[in-house]
Design a protein around this ligand. Structure first.
Ligand SMILES: Cc1cc2nc3c(=O)[nH]c(=O)nc-3n(C[C@H](O)[C@H](O)[C@H](O)COP(=O)(O)OP(=O)(O)OC[C@H]3O[C@@H](n4cnc5c(N)ncnc54)[C@H](O)[C@@H]3O)c2cc1C
Length: 403
């Protein structure tokens, strides 16, 4: 079916690309505008460290990761589920597999190859891709204003989809500069905050010099009633890594309200406190603490460093106190790392600003999707799935609007 309606999609990241594919497949004439010379730079960066496309788990558990927007994401995933996403990738020749962690990875294609594949499909569907077009806002008539190297272009479309991303890793093109344009249109936008980020800790110089860049494997991170198993990494500024990212929203909120956040690490989640106590009650003899703990409970060097950092020498000699602290070692986090370094950003367009088609209520004909909206979720597949699925949802919203 040929459709004469012209649609502009601004932003060539995951959410914009899939929306372009969806609308062009329905026969719409789609123009995709991207400020950079190439598409999806953030996605390509994500690919450098094990690209988690989505996560394999029951949909109810999956949706719970989008707290407090479960209802919205329930609707979005009913329309385009993680399974639909994988099927779509497979249909393009991008095979996937589920890792031992339940994360879903591409089998044999890099992030850049996936983008190239999608780009080729878009070209086959006659999507016109305009690179190095920087969207500057709307003119008095509501037309879009684009700035290129040598000119300013004003262009009118039947519908517009903004897929401009969040505000971290700004060199990829997603710098959040759209915020002022939409705020001027009286759209409620929450300040950007770092999400899935590292946190600062005031380590002692001795600890830092010995443990910087050391991993903490198979630990459990505990914050109030929440806990997560996985890995973290000691850094010169503090701590980062999977378990920290997973709880970053709660840590950040606590720091905002209380000025700091104490998290607890269970260094040996597979051993009970009683079992640790039993093993540590043996005579240490002339062994160093490090050797003793390594032999008895396989404690890593970084784990031992943390113990020394958190407890006194006297407590090291008391198996009961030592066992207790191994199971619940406190670390005081003082602030999140800057937005620029964060994997994603919280903040953005308030959900009250969009209707059931993801159209901005204050700007009829203008739709939004992806990380621009005020949601956050743990990295490891939930972010990309959220972006791809909201891209599809907004595209379907546009199709309904133009009908
Ligand atoms: C290091 C790193 C690792 C990550 N790893 C993972 C992972 O493993 N799993 C996961 O789920 N998520 C991961 N993410 C997060 C994921 O990449 C993002 O959530 C996702 O890319 C956001 O998609 P988006 O389409 O909303 O926006 P973006 O990908 O940010 O794309 C927005 C696009 O809009 C363009 N743009 C912005 N402003 C303008 C303008 N004014 N005019 C024209 N174009 C403009 C930008 O250049 C950009 O191309 C990672 C992120 C980082 C930084």
């Amino acid at each position: 079916m040929i459709n004469t309606k012209n649609i502009a999609i601004i932003g060539g990241g995951p959410s914009g690309l899939i929306a372009a594919y969806r609308l062009a497949s329905k026969g719409f004439s789609v123009h995709l505008f991207e400020r950079k010379k190439s598409l999806a730079r953030k996605f390509k960066i994500a690919g450098k460290g094990g690209l988690n496309l989505t996560y394999s788990e029951p949909i109810k558990n999956f949706i719970d990761k989008y707290e407090p927007h479960q209802e919205f994401f329930d609707t979005v995933y009913k329309n385009f589920s993680p399974k639909d996403f994988i099927n779509w990738l497979n249909s393009l020749g991008v095979e996937t597999f589920v890792g031992t962690s339940s994360r879903v990875f591409p089998k044999d294609k890099s992030a850049a190859e996936i983008i190239k594949t999608i780009q080729n499909e878009l070209l086959k569907l006659n999507v016109k891709i305009h690179y190095e077009h920087f969207w500057k806002g709307f003119d008095d008539k509501g037309s879009l204003i684009f700035e290129t190297d040598n000119e300013t272009i004003n262009q009118n479309f039947d519908a517009v989809l903004l897929a401009l991303g969040g505000a971290s890793y700004s060199f990829t093109g997603s710098d959040g500069s759209w915020k002022d344009i939409l705020a001027e249109k009286e759209i409620k936008i929450h300040d950007f905050k770092p999400s899935n980020c590292g946190f600062e800790v005031e380590w002692s110089e001795v600890f830092k010099s010995k443990n910087e860049s050391q991993p903490l494997k198979n630990i459990k991170l505990i914050l109030d009633d929440k806990s997560i198993r996985g890995e973290a990494m000691i850094t010169s500024y503090g701590i980062e890594g999977g378990v920290i990212y997973h709880l970053s929203r709660y840590i950040r909120n606590k720091i905002e309200h209380e000025g700091f956040c104490t998290v607890y690490i269970d260094l040996k989640p597979d051993l009970s406190e009683a079992e640790i106590l039993k093993r540590l009650s043996a005579n240490r003899g002339k062994q160093s603490y490090t050797n003793f703990l390594r032999k008895k409970i396989k404690l890593s060097g970084a784990g031992f460093g943390l113990l020394k950092e958190a407890t006194s020498k006297e407590n090291m000699n008391e198996p009961k106190k030592l066992a207790a602290i191994i199971k619940k070692l406190p670390i005081v986090l003082t602030k999140p790392r800057p937005i620029e370094e964060a994997i994603s950003t919280a903040g953005g367009i308030d959900f009250s600003e969009i209707d059931d088609k993801m159209m901005l209520k204050n700007l009829p004909g203008v739709f939004v999707c992806g990380e621009m909206l005020d949601w956050e979720a743990p990295t490891g597949g939930y972010l990309l799935q959220g972006c791809f699925s909201t891209g599809v949802f907004a595209a379907d919203g546009i199709a309904r609007y133009l009908k």
